[in-house]
Design a binder for this molecule. Structure first.
Ligand SMILES: Cc1cc2nc3c(=O)[nH]c(=O)nc-3n(C[C@H](O)[C@H](O)[C@H](O)COP(=O)(O)O)c2cc1C
Length: 331
């Protein structure tokens, strides 16, 4: 454990908060014909009788002006696949454009509601306490919409958690609970390889985001890897990614809209189509390869270059086809 007691309280608090997994909401409001949306993690419940919640809003934010003028707020609790909506509402995008992504329900009265959020909670401000740069807004709950059980979006250590990263974190927590396993192994190579893959992909994703690239989902990242390995037919991608043809078409369509890939007729089969990298994705791919090289180098520094070389050699060896494991003999 690192003892960091001698750093400033502000730096210490920031570092401590980075260790938490926070749920993410988009706080919306409408006032005088203007709509507002801002990403927020500083919110929680206050009491159940009456049901109320608080949210801390920077007084420099435009949303604060609507709340200060008495507008209701809506806390839209984001689902795991809505990191792009949080990013859009987290700054740098003009107010009205923040509603361009997501299934927003905008009524003549009241704050905008995100229909595909995990839940939306409408608050009527009951008291506002200003403290330093922020206003603590305590609101009474006047309406709640819930979309069934969907996984929430998490924010951890400065980046969004991807759904599969939750699985990796659960795996790590599980092996720690089992006690008998080492810090990074469960005794089954397949789980270790899977965790190693998540580890690389998390590093890649957060470095890409730090360079200003839009969030790439895990399946999109695996699609990029598949295309780079020469897998270009949607049916083959669906099989390799373990998702339906319909799911793969929806994902590919999103990638086309972002101008990362293009879908072209298959020169060997007129009725089929194939996927190719777009011109725009050239820089994204170059950045990804450069980052992957740096992650390899950082791993080499941590585990030693001999261990890294041995790992590389072992993984690159031809292991032959998967073994056929005989059925257990009948008792
Ligand atoms: C993940 C995330 C969490 C955030 N949490 C808060 C928060 O709790 N309170 C806050 O005032 N700003 C928070 N922000 C910053 C605001 O979302 C950001 O400043 C936004 O642009 C304000 O928009 P507005 O000026 O239109 O109101 C957060 C940003 C992100 C990306």
């Amino acid at each position: 454990m690192t003892d960091q007691a001698n750093i400033s309280p502000a730096a210490g608090l920031r570092a401590a908060l980075r260790t938490l997994v926070r749920p993410v909401a988009v706080v919306t409001a409408a006032h005088a014909g203007q709509r507002y949306a801002m990403a927020a993690t500083a919110f929680c419940e206050v009491s159940m009788d009456p049901p109320s919640m608080l949210v801390c809003i920077n007084r420099a934010n435009a949303t604060h002006s609507a709340v200060a003028a008495g507008a209701d707020l809506c806390l839209n609790l984001l689902a795991a696949d809505q990191a792009d909506i949080s990013q859009r509402c987290g700054g740098g995008v003009a107010a009205e454009e923040r509603f361009a992504v997501g299934d927003w329900r905008i009524a003549a009265e009241g704050p905008p509601r995100l229909a595909d959020a995990c839940a939306s909670i409408v608050l009527r401000p009951a008291s506002i306490v200003d403290h330093a740069t922020h206003a603590v807004v305590i609101g009474e709950v006047v309406d709640v919409w819930q979309r069934g059980l969907s996984s929430p979006l998490g924010f951890h250590d400065g980046s969004y958690l991807f759904p599969l990263a939750h699985a990796a974190i659960n795996l790590v927590a599980q092996s720690a609970r089992l006690g008998e396993a080492g810090a990074m192994q469960d005794g089954y190579l397949m789980l270790d390889v899977m965790r190693a893959f998540y580890w690389f992909d998390e590093g890649l994703q957060s470095a890409l985001r730090a360079r200003g690239w839009e969030a790439v989902s895990r399946s999109q990242s695996m699609t990029f890897a598949n295309i780079a390995l020469g897998v270009r037919r949607p049916a083959d991608l669906a099989r390799n990614l373990g998702i339906t043809r319909q799911g793969v078409s929806k994902m590919l369509q999103e990638m086309v809209e972002r101008d990362w890939i293009v879908i072209e007729p298959d020169p060997t089969d007129k009725r089929a189509s194939i996927v190719a990298f777009s011109e725009k994705s050239r820089q994204l791919r170059a950045d990804a390869l450069e980052i992957l090289g740096k992650i390899d180098a950082a791993l080499g520094e941590r585990i030693g270059s001999k261990a890294l070389d041995a790992l590389r050699t072992t993984l690159a060896r031809d292991w032959g086809p998967p073994p056929e494991i005989p059925e257990p003999a009948a008792q």
